[in-house]
Design a protein. Structure first.
Length: 105
């Protein structure tokens, strides 16, 4: 696909449990993604993301977060709030250090 942006209205899809928007040209994810509190899987692989919105930490049911092959430099500092997270794939990014809270997972 060739999506370059997600509409802010993505946050209205509150019944979603799986969202895969991999292999696009996304550079940013709207803060409204944090309203998708029923998500258990979020795949944002192979885009051009430089960061993740801080609201991603609202997705406490998330058990898989995959953002490989992007340009992410850092993860949200509160990522440790994702207490159900069992799979986190951040390979092939530009991350230099991880937030201390990551150790809580």
């Amino acid at each position: 696909n060739l999506l370059t942006r997600l509409p802010i209205e993505i946050g209205q899809l509150t019944q979603l449990t799986i969202l895969d928007i991999s292999k696009n040209q996304l550079t940013k994810i709207p803060e409204s993604i944090g309203q998708l509190v029923k998500l258990i899987e979020l795949k944002l692989n192979n885009n051009k993301l430089k960061s993740l919105p801080s609201t991603i930490t609202n997705l406490t049911k998330l058990n898989l977060l995959s953002v490989h092959h992007n340009q992410i430099r850092e993860l949200p500092t509160d990522i440790g709030l994702l207490s159900n997270l069992s799979t986190l794939d951040v390979s092939h990014n530009r991350i230099c250090s991880f937030p201390a809270q990551l150790g809580r997972l």
